[in-house]
Design a protein. Structure first.
Length: 86
């Protein structure tokens, strides 16, 4: 998830609108999460990791395999439609 910069008002002389540049921000949040549902017990389980850097396909696969190990059943994966997931 990327946190976009806030829109701010500034005092500036009339003329061209000042432009505030924003580089690589330190407030980026990266995460992988899995939600499980136990039908018999009617309980939810939440599994998540917050990696320091961008996640590769191999790391995503490792996370899903570690999630599947205790469940011992097939998984259904749902990704949001962010352009970086394509």
């Amino acid at each position: 998830m990327l946190l976009p910069p806030l829109v701010r008002r500034t005092w500036a002389p009339r003329g061209p609108t000042p432009v505030l540049y924003c580089g690589d921000r330190p407030d980026r949040l990266r995460g992988l999460a899995g939600l499980t549902l136990a039908r018999r017990r009617r309980r939810l389980g939440l599994y998540f990791v917050t990696p320091e850097k961008n996640v590769s396909a191999e790391e995503l696969e490792a996370f899903l395999r570690s999630l599947q190990r205790p469940l011992r059943r097939p998984l259904l994966g749902v990704l949001d439609r962010a352009s970086l997931h394509r």
